[in-house]
Design a protein around this ligand. Structure first.
Ligand code: SAH
Length: 232
């Protein structure tokens, strides 16, 4: 049966979806509140994971174990890693990796988790295509990009740090949860996609831009998730 797990790191990334859903069950686990029910008729479980990779991975695992979700969608905001990807634009994950994993000393490429067999976790092709086409329908004025999303336990707001991440990983945007949700979904063999709207440019302007644009960006991403749900 179809049941979509929807994760946002922060309340503002899921508040609108939660407000619109019909809740049939509330489960409190690992200090997170999971709301199960339907959104416009689609079975969903919506949850705020908290910020960072550990919170996000725990949350994804609970969605798999306790709720047996069939798909996982991560919605939220991110810093752009490409000049042409502007604040307000949307990035859909082709794949996701951890930019802060470094076990090169034993021969692994930078970013690869040892003994797992892949550098980046591939997103589900059907979910990616749906997200891209839904975005064109819902937000025709917003540019949508399909590419790599990189995550680390770090808010990137320094030009040099940003340049290094770009050089090492060729990411489209950077955030703090996507790769660990992808990682958990990969191990559980659950299809996933990460949808992120750009809130800042992940450089020295990020400290100013992020608070200004996070709310609108988060809302764009959530609107897109709502639109694509019936098609899954
Ligand atoms: N304002 C929050 C902290 C937000 S941390 C507080 O005060 O508690 C930034 C969040 O947005 C993370 O969930 C991350 O996934 C995303 N994000 C947006 N821009 C980012 C950037 N430049 N670098 C890393 N994460 C970013």
């Amino acid at each position: 049966m179809k049941k979509i797990g929807i994760i946002g790191a922060m309340e503002l990334e899921v508040e609108e979806l939660k407000r619109k859903m019909e809740v049939s069950r509330k489960v409190e686990k690992t200090s997170m509140e999971f709301l199960e029910g339907t959104l416009n008729g689609t079975p969903v479980v919506i949850v705020r994971s908290g910020i960072g990779k550990v919170n996000a991975a725990l949350c994804a695992q609970i969605l798999c174990d306790t709720f047996q979700v069939s798909h996982i969608i991560n919605t939220g905001v991110a810093g752009s890693l490409k000049n042409e990807i502007d604040i307000g634009d949307i990035v859909i994950s082709a794949d996701a990796l951890h930019h802060d994993v470094d076990v090169r000393v034993f021969g692994y490429p930078l970013g690869e988790v040892p003994q797992i067999g892949c550098l980046a976790f591939p997103a589900d092709k059907h979910l990616v295509e749906l997200a891209v086409s839904s975005c064109k329908e819902v937000n025709p004025d917003i540019h949508v990009y399909e590419g790599r999303i990189v995550s680390g336990d770090q808010f990137v707001s320094d030009k040099q740090v940003k340049e290094n991440i770009i050089k090492n990983f060729q990411g489209f945007c950077v955030e703090m949860e996507g790769a660990s949700i992808a990682h958990a979904a990969y191990l559980n063999k659950v299809p996933f996609v990460i949808i992120r709207a750009i809130s800042d440019k992940a450089d020295d302007s990020a400290e100013m831009d992020y608070p200004t644009f996070e709310k609108a960006a988060a809302a764009h991403s959530a609107a897109l998730v709502e639109h694509m749900l019936p098609e899954i």
